[in-house]
Design a protein around this ligand. Sequence first.
Ligand code: HEC
Ligand code: HEC
Ligand code: HEC
Ligand code: HEC
Ligand code: HEC
Ligand code: HEC
Ligand code: HEC
Length: 443
Amino acid sequence: MVKIQLVFPESRDNLIKQVNSSFPDLIGESRSCPHIKFGAGPAKAENLYNELDSCFHKKPWIPHQVRNDIFYRWIWVLLIFIISILFISPSSIYSDSGNERPHGDRTRLLKGCASCHKGHGIYNTPMLSERKELFCFRCHGHSIYVENAKRTGDLAGDVMTANIQREFEKPYHHPIEKTGIHRYGEILPEVDASMPRHAACGDCHHHHYVRKENKMSGIRGTNKDGVKVRISSEYELCFNCHSYSANLPADQTNKAEMFNPANPSFHPVIAPGTNNDVPSLLPPLTTSSLIKCTDCHNNDDASGPKGLHGSNYRYILAKNYTTIDGSEGPFQYELCYTCHRRSSVLSEEGFELHYLHIATVGTSCRTCHNPHGSTQYTHLIDFNRASVMLSESGQLGYVDLGNRAGQCSLNCHGKDHDPAVYPGAAVPSSTYSPSLYPSRYPR
Ligand code: HEC
Ligand code: HEC
Ligand code: HEC
Ligand code: HEC
Ligand code: HEC
Ligand code: HEC
Ligand code: HEC
């Protein structure tokens, strides 16, 4: 006797085809309905299906409309039941910290678990009352949604939540509109290059464990070596999708490589920087400070909700930053000037040719510096190949010649450095005269 185990429900035609082709002499016994036995015969598969079907139908406790999804739904019911019991007991997942975890706070989510989980819920969700991509906006979206959640008693009337939905409507945002890709418990960085990229609320905030002080609480991160870790620094969240992902877009770099403390230079996100002579730093920053990705990538509206959900500036930047060459002003490089005093950069405390390049000739910081790090050179030097070409003798590179000294080989907008050395570079007085020194910038 051959024993087969069939997953029910299975498409009727599929099942019949499978059984007929694999088991021409089937004698079966159903595990779910043990009283049903089948002998061989021409109508065996069809019989099998009909018998199983009627067997399930006889059970009154299975509502008809959930039959198609029967396994998933009942597993959720069971899980939620077990966890609800835990919730009532003192060792609950929430009770240790009550108000710390806002989603476990019954004074705000008046119905507790039921403020989010309803009856059988929407198809393909763990009994959620709204499709996953819209679900969080019930309480964190436009007031029309939030008012509705208050009306239905899911959210307390006096709670004010930030409107995150508006942030995602800005031109530059994390692509939450790419739905149906994120899976709870998925493994990131992605190893399959053909997987579409995604970012959902649940990638950055855990639906149950989110905390006011740690909005990434309960999410696993990736460290600089690509190893999965409990998040202790924000960048470990970002590295889930912006480091070793096999599906990284061609115009993006691996940020774990760019910020690697073994590089000649890097902005101090993972470890303090390599240069202890950065005179432009604005207090309280020093050369031993650490900064975060969200110091640069964040909401452009400083009075709005925090987070890099969306921005009116390209690359989801918190402040304006121009990567193409053009005239200098406080707005052009506003992002850099939040931490590097503009008057210091332009008065050349650090690099004696800053004013000439930035203000006189109109070179963007990006033409010489990478905002993240440089795998090749010190001082975040990483020439932007959009405007920097090989020098006449075919050279391109930077050599650090010690404190505030160096050498560049390149050609930029027709100006050849083959090579050019500082300090003491020979500069035509027409473009570079002491009178141009920016005494008008307050020190
Ligand atoms: C703020 C809304 C919210 C509240 C309150 C909430 N949940 Fe959930 N829950 C979710 C969301 C969203 C998911 C789906 C996560 C996913 O699949 O990405 C989920 C998933 C689940 C799951 C399946 C996967 C998992 O995370 O374990 C269980 C079980 C569950 N919730 C039980 C509960 C229980 C029990 C409570 C009350 C103690 C509760 N939930 C309170 C939003 C909520
Ligand atoms: C039923 C209403 C409700 C739903 C649904 C809901 N939240 Fe919340 N959430 C709240 C409330 C209330 C707070 C605490 C008030 C606040 O600070 O905004 C909160 C707090 C948060 C916080 C911390 C903000 C802070 O400053 O404390 C984050 C992050 C968050 N929720 C994300 C989510 C995500 C992601 C989802 C979807 C999976 C979601 N929420 C669904 C009601 C809800
Ligand atoms: C779950 C994956 C995921 C996580 C986690 C994540 N991102 Fe993203 N991010 C994306 C996707 C997808 C895009 C859209 C462009 C792309 O495919 O990279 C994006 C876009 C961006 C962009 C704009 C890129 C551009 O070319 O305009 C920036 C900047 C960014 N993310 C920074 C961050 C930072 C900083 C963090 C950590 C705080 C972070 N991201 C966390 C998936 C993620
Ligand atoms: C000092 C400011 C600063 C910090 C800190 C910073 N970024 Fe950026 N980032 C920028 C700027 C400016 C751009 C615009 C593109 C450029 O100039 O190359 C950018 C571009 C990006 C892009 C899109 C283009 C690309 O190069 O891939 C991603 C993704 C990104 N950053 C992720 C991150 C992550 C992840 C972190 C933290 C680990 C981070 N950034 C930290 C300033 C910063
Ligand atoms: C959030 C604060 C912050 C922002 C914004 C910021 N920086 Fe920095 N930057 C720092 C700190 C802190 C250091 C000191 C690191 C060190 O000691 O090596 C630094 C160092 C530097 C250095 C010297 C690195 C070296 O190794 O010599 C350069 C060049 C630089 N930043 C350029 C920029 C540019 C260009 C921008 C704008 C895209 C920018 N920074 C934006 C904080 C910031
Ligand atoms: C790419 C990661 C990422 C995604 C995707 C994301 N967030 Fe956030 N969120 C953050 C970060 C980072 C913060 C700021 C954390 C901080 O400042 O400590 C934040 C902050 C928040 C806050 C608190 C804002 C405040 O000022 O109180 C809420 C609420 C929130 N997110 C809800 C959501 C919701 C809802 C979604 C989906 C629609 C979402 N987030 C998607 C990263 C993300
Ligand atoms: C023509 C190339 C070039 C351009 C354009 C340029 N830099 Fe620099 N920058 C350098 C070099 C080279 C050094 C290293 C000087 C040394 O040897 O210490 C430097 C050093 C720095 C430092 C570290 C020393 C200090 O002043 O604190 C900062 C910060 C800095 N640059 C910021 C900027 C910003 C911000 C911009 C745009 C507004 C910019 N740079 C534009 C070439 C450039």
